[in-house]
Design a protein around this ligand. Structure first.
Ligand code: DQA
Length: 151
């Protein structure tokens, strides 16, 4: 059986992880988080691709291109979570099951972070576990893939 292919997309400022507000986002760089995810994914028979962009349109294009290429998208849309109708529409358009993730617990932070424009078109949300949110997303991807109906 071919390994499940999962696309991890990371939005603006996540290239600065490691030094960016470590009290909120931890001290691991995105590359280190990717390495942790890859190690866990290998053990689970999942193939992962990791990308980061500060550009909303580039993220939209990657979501569009995921159709037929990846079985699940894991999306940390960062600040675009709270602002982007374009990302929401892209997810709704391609119908690739998408899992929303955040390092921090957005619901325990400023009010503007409590609103996610993408949540209604995602299969679920994982927030507040630091780099663990990325690893938990692999478990969620397995559940989403195995479910014949939305979970
Ligand atoms: C974030 C939370 C967002 O509110 C913020 O804009 C980010 C990171 C997180 O992973 O905790 O850039 O998505």
């Amino acid at each position: 059986m071919l390994p499940m292919k999962v696309l991890f997309l990371n939005g603006p400022n996540l290239n600065l992880l490691g030094t960016r507000e470590p009290d909120k986002y931890g001290r691991l760089t995105l590359k280190e988080i990717e390495a942790q995810v890859r190690a866990k994914a290998t053990g689970m028979g999942i193939s992962v691709e990791f990308r980061q962009s500060n550009l909303e349109g580039e993220l939209v294009t990657w979501i569009q291109q995921a159709k037929g290429e990846f079985e699940v998208i894991v999306l940390n849309a960062a600040a675009y979570t709270h602002t982007s109708v374009a990302l929401r529409d892209a997810i709704a358009a391609v119908q690739v099951p998408t899992i929303e993730i955040h390092l921090s617990n957005v619901h325990a932070r400023e009010e503007f972070r409590h609103i996610s424009l993408i949540a209604p078109v995602c299969r679920g949300q994982i927030a507040g576990f630091g780099a663990g949110s990325y690893e938990l997303a692999l478990e969620a991807a397995v559940i989403v893939k195995g479910a014949s109906k939305p979970v």
